[in-house]
Design a protein. Structure first.
Length: 243
């Protein structure tokens, strides 16, 4: 009887109820409230729709289920825009930041895999961030590794031709050699160095077999600071006293 007494549009509100009591209570909630109450409820649900986002730990299926329920509430309150197209649009909008975050995490892991190829990748976001914070220092380590790889390949070329070379003699450069070297020899040396560099595998990280101690590193840092140029002085000089 209740189904016959309501319009086809309103009939959708009570179609799922099995008893007349349940259907009547639903109709009371929908239509017996005054306009201010109805308007307040609509604003509340509409605000929830406007601010709809994917919750942490929520699956795509759960997002769609929650959004569908929200669309039903809007329709029951008189909204005509909460159709399937609206649900689909809101659904993909809610998933977009999550997909961007996943993409960013994926790119971060690829960067870590490049910088630490032999290490086990972190699985949680907190450790991933900690690793990324040390990435600038790791870039410097890789530059030093590439320099070691190049020097090692150059020495291997020399030793492959001259067995009598004493490596201990190559610890320092002879004085004034660079200044007295003809320009054409410098050019030829650079060309040969570039050719040797083609044989260097820079993808393999080479540790320093004799790393400097902490005291030596601190001394190097102090020397770098001492060699840094002093801060520029204002040509106009310091401001007068009391200025």
């Amino acid at each position: 009887m209740i189904h016959m007494a309501v319009t086809p549009k309103d009939r959708s509100h009570i179609r799922t109820y099995k008893t007349a009591k349940q259907a009547w209570e639903r109709l009371e909630k929908l239509f017996l409230g005054n306009e201010s109450i109805q308007s307040s409820r609509f604003e509340e649900v509409n605000n929830a729709a406007n601010n709809f986002v994917m919750l942490e730990g929520e699956t795509a299926e759960e997002v769609h289920r929650r959004l569908t329920a929200l669309a039903l509430q809007l329709t029951e309150l008189g909204a005509t825009f909460a159709d399937d197209a609206w649900i689909k649009r809101k659904f993909f909008t809610a998933l977009l930041p999550y997909e961007e975050m996943k993409s960013g995490a994926r790119e971060s892991r690829e960067l870590i895999r490049l910088l630490w190829p032999t290490e086990t990748l972190p699985t949680d976001l907190a450790n991933l961030i900690k690793w990324l914070e040390t990435a600038p220092d790791r870039f410097i380590d890789w530059k030093e590794s590439a320099a070691r790889a190049g020097a090692d390949m150059a020495l291997s070329f020399v030793l492959s031709w001259y067995d009598e070379v004493n490596l201990d003699q190559l610890e320092c450069r002879r004085a004034d050699v660079e200044e007295n070297l003809p320009a054409e020899n410098k050019t030829a040396r650079l060309a040969r160095a570039c050719a040797i560099a083609d044989f260097v595998d820079k993808r393999v990280f080479i540790e320093d077999p004799n790393p400097p101690s902490d005291d030596e590193e601190e001394l190097e840092d102090e020397e770098i600071e001492m060699e840094s140029p002093p801060p520029a002085v204002d040509p106009a000089g310091p401001p007068p006293a009391g200025a």
